[in-house]
Design a protein around this ligand. Structure first.
Ligand SMILES: Nc1ncnc2c1ncn2[C@@H]1O[C@H](COP(=O)(O)OP(=O)(O)OP(=O)(O)O)[C@@H](O)[C@H]1O
Length: 444
């Protein structure tokens, strides 16, 4: 077994916490800084199996166990004694026969780190090195996570072609942004990208917006006439947002444009040829609308050549932190301020469900930054509905309560490692819906 005694004084001199386990995840050494940072005495740790320390609640999860599983360097955030947050990086150490000898984990208190000079950048770099997300080269910064990587790959691929794309997803999930991204990397990028929100506009106005009109087309019309969006977006992309709200009469007219690549401006007898790529978006269930006779089936199939669904933010948890950081940076620049969020606030925001998705999160960040006078935004600044804490269910005496508490620990640990509920469910071998139900129950 690996003997730490000869290097004991060296590891005790290191200012970061050091935790060493053998190849079976049994603790063989911790240094003084680890005891100082975590408040955990070596006497309760030495000789203990990491899995037991997690079960007993000393640690929320274990980097060592994860390193043993993956046989590579692992970085994660651990909760100690139910509240303190530390950032741990575990590294495997192999002998000359390439056999795993031990796992060495270094530990830093994130709270200390955050408050230190330039701490925010350091934290950003540390999180970035976990490569949970990346920022694309699209001029408007776009966060892409493990949960949305496939979606962006598909969008990037179809951007090259003229195929019509239907974007689906709840409000604020980034449908307009994705449409602009597709246009920006398509061969049409040097031509116009025009957006029409089809909801809440009366039929006749919608018709004028889309088709335009010729001089004298109706009383009160401009003597010069007006070009419609179809004409202006010739050779470019027309984004029809909330297409599910398009009235049936307009659906027929749009279908004709799509089928014939030409249209008649209001009051005109002369067709205009157009070459447009149409991207549509909706938060509504178009299949149900087709069944109910509210949306034309032929139009549905025409606009839905490639169907892309953006998941809600609650299923893209790993994007919340980079979104907070991105918004913080952009509002600090916009309003020339230097606001920061306390680690507790960041944690609370990452635990929220965000029914209004990215738009709601960005609005909340802006509101918090412009409505507070102090530099660090703390829990006192958060409205009640945003106060969330990862809490263990009350430890009961019954077997059922104990099993529930253990189940909770396992789920939290797996969520920390895998990020999304989808990946966590897969790792734990349960259905995603079952996992989500369990998490919802824990939150109550
Ligand atoms: N991947 C992303 N990375 C960073 N910011 C994003 C991303 N996706 C969306 N946003 C931001 O989220 C906000 C909402 O995005 P967007 O307007 O595209 O949503 P939407 O789904 O079209 O909403 P709605 O259905 O209500 O029109 C915008 O501020 C946008 O810049």
């Amino acid at each position: 077994m690996f003997d730490v005694e000869p290097i004991r004084s060296i590891i005790d001199a290191i200012q970061d916490g050091i935790y060493i386990t053998d190849a079976r995840a049994v603790t063989i050494a911790v240094n003084r800084s680890y005891e100082r940072i975590t408040g955990l005495n070596r006497s309760i740790l030495i000789g203990r199996y990491m899995g037991d320390l997690v079960k007993l609640g000393y640690l929320s999860n274990s980097a060592s166990l994860e390193v043993l599983k993956r046989q590579e360097v692992v970085t994660l955030v651990q909760t100690i004694n139910g509240s303190q947050k530390i950032l741990v990086t575990g590294s495997p150490v192999f002998d000359e026969r390439k056999q795993l000898m031990c796992v060495v984990t270094s530990v830093r208190d994130i709270t200390e780190l955050l408050r230190a000079k330039h701490a925010q950048e350091q934290l950003e770099n540390l999180f970035r090195s976990q490569s949970q997300y990346k920022i694309s080269s699209f001029s408007e910064e776009l966060i892409i996570s493990r949960e949305t990587q496939k979606i962006f790959d598909l969008a990037t691929n179809v951007a090259k072609y003229n195929s019509k794309v239907l974007l689906r997803g709840e409000t604020g999930t980034g449908k307009s942004k994705l449409a602009r991204y597709i246009h920006s990397i398509s061969p049409r990028a040097t031509h116009a990208f025009l957006e029409l929100n089809c909801s809440g506009i009366p039929d006749n106005l919608l018709e004028i917006e889309l088709f335009g009109y010729v001089p004298g087309a109706f009383t009160g019309a401009s003597t010069k006439g007006k070009k419609g969006l179809l004409e202006i977006s010739h050779q470019g992309t027309l984004f029809l947002d909330e297409i599910g709200d398009l009235p049936l009469s307009m659906q027929v007219k749009l279908l004709k444009v799509i089928e014939e690549n030409r249209f008649l401006p209001v009051g005109s007898t002369e067709f205009k040829e157009v070459d447009i790529r149409i991207i549509s978006a909706t938060h509504r269930n178009l299949e149900e609308m087709v069944k109910a006779g509210e949306f034309r089936e032929d139009l549905f199939y025409r606009i839905n050549v490639v169907d892309i669904e953006l998941p809600p933010l609650r299923q893209r948890n790993s994007e919340i932190l980079p979104l907070i950081q991105q918004s913080q940076k952009s509002f600090n620049e916009k309003y020339q301020m230097d606001k920061q969020f306390s680690p507790e606030v960041i944690e609370s925001l990452t635990l929220h469900d965000w029914p209004g998705n990215i738009r709601q999160l960005v609005n909340v960040i802006e509101r918090l930054m412009v409505s507070t006078t102090h530099t660090e935004i703390s829990m006192h600044d958060l409205p009640d509905y945003l106060h969330h804490e990862k809490q263990l269910p009350k430890q009961g005496v019954t077997l059922k309560d104990k099993v529930l508490a253990y189940e909770y620990e396992l789920i939290v640990e797996a969520l920390n490692i895998h990020g999304s509920t989808r990946a966590t469910a897969e790792a734990l071998g349960v259905e995603q819906s079952t996992l989500v139900k369990k998490i919802t129950r824990f939150k109550q």
